[in-house]
Design a protein around this ligand. Structure first.
Ligand SMILES: [Zn+2]
Length: 301
């Protein structure tokens, strides 16, 4: 699973960079500096790009060119490549809010952030993460893979007992999740939802898509499950960066108010840097808040 995640993460990084260069008009909200007051942190144009508008623009362009007899195979091919590049970019980059308005950061200028951990519960790594969080009195959010819950039920109990939040990160974390239709995804998500409800009497409301991939189906199944989609605005890249020094450097460089930090609680290098990063945030007078407190989102029904 870790190897698959690694390959997928690398592929995402390469394709994302490629797509980002193609769509130069799109700015990453995560790179913007916070504005004074409580103003929006996004450029208006970023908000304008979504699947409906891009599709409308594409089909209108083709129709107009066709109307004036200007569609050659070359022009049609270029338009098609641009269109599918935009769709791929939107699918891979949850921050683009291309298919759904995922919650990726808090609109705040205060030195406050939240920690999230994906892909657990892991019998080896999750308890070590929980120890560090407990020592430093930090409350985090764990997006759980349902298929791992039955064998690690006591770890999930500990997560909840120690005041952390849990959310749905699918049951299967299947590599083809992004290609499934809404019916198949809803069935998958319901398995994790029911497992948590039966064992811990919690009806989860937070969802993080596996690999951060969103598709035209995402709004449909998210609505059916009554979930809020949670993205991130500081990706640690702890599944790809093996060097603890580089990992810590990246985290320190990207620390900004309101960020939702993405870690994985099945990676040993995350354990290695977590305490140092918490200490760094304290030195910089940051508060690490629970996700619901930072963003106002509701975690359970
Ligand atoms: Zn994941």
């Amino acid at each position: 699973m870790a190897v698959c995640n690694d390959i997928q993460d690398r592929a995402h990084s390469i394709l994302f960079e490629f797509a980002r260069k193609l769509i130069k008009t799109t700015r990453q909200p995560i790179d913007l500096q916070p504005l004074p007051g409580n103003k929006s942190l996004h450029y208006p144009f970023t908000k304008m790009l979504n699947v409906k508008r891009v599709s409308f623009f594409y089909f209108t362009t083709i129709w107009v060119l066709h109307f004036f007899g200007l569609v050659t195979w070359g022009i049609f091919g270029i338009c098609l490549i641009a269109y599918f590049s935009a769709l791929t970019y939107g699918s891979m980059y949850i921050n683009s809010k291309f298919y759904i308005k995922a919650l990726c950061r808090a609109e705040t200028v205060k030195n406050q952030i939240a920690f999230t951990f994906d892909d657990g519960p892991d019998p080896l790594i999750s308890p070590q993460i929980l120890d560090i969080l407990k020592e430093n009195n930090v409350k985090a959010t764990f997006f759980l893979i349902g298929s791992k819950i039955p064998d690690n039920i006591e770890i999930v109990r500990r997560i909840l007992n120690e005041g952390h939040i849990i959310g749905n990160h699918s049951f299967s974390h299947n590599n083809w999740f992004g290609f499934w239709n809404d019916k198949k995804i809803t069935e998958d998500l319901k398995k994790t939802h029911s497992l948590v409800e039966e064992n811990f009497d919690k009806k989860m409301l937070l969802f993080r898509p596996p690999f951060g991939v969103t598709t035209p189906f995402t709004p449909k199944f998210v609505k059916a499950m009554n979930y809020t989609t949670i993205g991130w605005s500081l990706r640690s890249l702890d599944t790809t960066i093996k060097s603890e020094k580089r990992l810590l450097k990246r985290l320190k460089l990207k620390l900004k108010p309101g960020r939702i930090v993405l870690f994985h609680d099945n990676m040993p290098q995350t354990v290695a840097v977590l305490k140092d990063f918490i200490n760094f945030t304290l030195e910089k007078n940051y508060q690490i808040l629970p996700l619901d407190e930072l963003t106002g989102v509701k975690a359970y029904e």
